[in-house]
Design a protein around this ligand. Sequence first.
Ligand code: C5P
Length: 232
Amino acid sequence: MAKDVIVALDFPGEKEVFDFLDLFREEKPYVKIGMELFYALGPNVVREIKARGHKIFLDLKLHDIPNTVRSAMASLSRLDVDMTNLHAAGGSRMMAEALTGLTRPDGTRPLLIAVTQLTSTSQETLEKDLLIEKPMEDVVAHYAAVARESGLDGIVCSPLEVPGVKARLGKEFLTVTPGVRFADGDAGDQVRVTTPAKARELGSDYIVMGRPITRAADPVAAYRRAMAEFVG
Ligand code: C5P
């Protein structure tokens, strides 16, 4: 599986997104479209960006009853994205149905990645709100194992967790890792950050970078720097 840098298109509207993508004349970055953009502009933004030749990670984090998730995934499969995701908390049946829905008539499908626990969920939230009285690490490891057993391709996690995930679930199980910053950059609201070079060393398959590229004075140079550090 080829390593790649996925640029998070966290923009409020069409103009900002296309002004950004227009900056790239030589390369076509792999991009992540999240809820903000998808709910604002709908599936057409996915079609337009795909038509420009970008690979797309559609980050909508589905979580519903198995039947609904299967049908929703079938709709997403027709958008021709390359990767999408769901919450492992929906359980193994939901994940299996998601895979069924995502599989196109010709047998191909986008990669399907699980969110184990959101990084915004604290140990306190886990215990008080969700009534899960286990260490966060164990919960994340268990959800990742259930995702693997359900046939999913990988999980979203911190680069720092990659060696542990690979050791338990195998090298082929993909890790998609946000929380990446340049050594001389601002961490912003990300707490545990690693550089692209460190993420590569730790064995991450895809790094997701938003602001260090989208808000750089020269986004193309920042993207090239990330690619050089992570992919080589
Ligand atoms: O701007 P920044 O590089 O922090 O963007 C990271 C992207 O990855 C954002 O779109 C954010 O929502 C997403 N993400 C994250 N942490 C997670 C899951 C997703 O930062 N655990």
